[in-house]
Design a protein around this ligand. Sequence first.
Ligand code: PMP
Ligand code: GLN
Length: 381
Amino acid sequence: ANSLLANTGTTIFTVMSALALRHQAINLGQGFPDTDGPADIVAAAAAALQDGRNQYPPLTGVPELRQAVAAANARFYGLDIDPDREVVVTSGATEAITASLMALIDPGDEVVLIEPLYDTYLPVVKLLGGVPKLVRLAPPAWELPRAELAAAFTPRTKAILLNSPMNPIGKVFSAEELGFIAGLLQQHDAYAVCDEVYEHLVFDGLSHIPLMTLPGMRERCLRIGSAGKTFSLTGWKVGYVTGPAALMGVVAKAHQNLTFTTAPNLQRAVAVGLAKDDSYFRGLSADLQAQRDHLVAGLTAAGFKMLPSGGSYFVLADYAALDSDGDDAAFCMKLAEQAGVVAIPLSAFYAGEKPRHHVRFAFCKQTAVLDEAIARLTRYF
Ligand code: PMP
Ligand code: GLN
């Protein structure tokens, strides 16, 4: 067997969701909403299933969805994307990340990754023969360490993988930080794979800025979105990549060899979703912001020190004042078994030296569920 995969553990999100089931714990671990996305999008998928277009859709995605992705790029970011040559629809952002890296790197190429990192990044870079160069952000401010980032770029750097808004810390990269990264990409003739699945889940009046919108970056970025997050339908696994035509042709070849296509009815329904008016997108982030505030208030009262989160489904909690026994994984086990609440240890997002005493809570849950979690944790501590 492939030694890298044979030695890879089951993803922490699956492990912790199983633990939640076993202990009948409230699951604030794996990031998925506990209510379905908009009924009209679901109805569009059901109707599309029954109208007789259930054979292989085009390789790069159904035209309606590619056009809707291009139109959303124009509406939200002023980007001019050719729906025929610059969009590839994938089976979730997960495939989009793999296809994008596959398209960019040859064995031996270096890829800059930022820790904490999402769990597929490192294994995929390694499986492709890429050489990961890790740069780490540090709590509580999670500032971009500019000198270290610059030092991670070498003549062998092919790409950076950038996640903004960032899972698990909720960091939304600023225009200045993105400008610094853009400068490095130009200086080193490198590319960016931009994981922007939480692009519409941004709070407190912050705005999500795609790196692709910065001067000189249109030709250097592969920008990834996910209908799962944008429409609260995480099980659908519809993602999309936009980028310059020359690179997207190669992304299409990667997609051709990974999954080839994605369910056509879901694609057509996501096209309906992307055409929703601005109030839908504003409502999505406003609702999530309210859920974040609710959980933060409750956990603060329960004794956690909550870190700021400007975007995503997640907020970090520092539990140092509550427990100092073991590491964060042990703390999460204890929470699941004894308090009846599941969270994700921050250390799961690190390859190198593990951070201590932080856990990630998902707040994309109904108020009653958040309240029950808060009540259980308040009783426990
Ligand atoms: N990237 C990040 C940062 C994520 O949090 C997730 C979570 N699901 C994904 C990619 C994968 O998205 P999808 O479900 O569309 O494959
Ligand atoms: N992205 C989700 C999270 O961070 C999980 C997705 C998965 O389970 N693979 O919780």
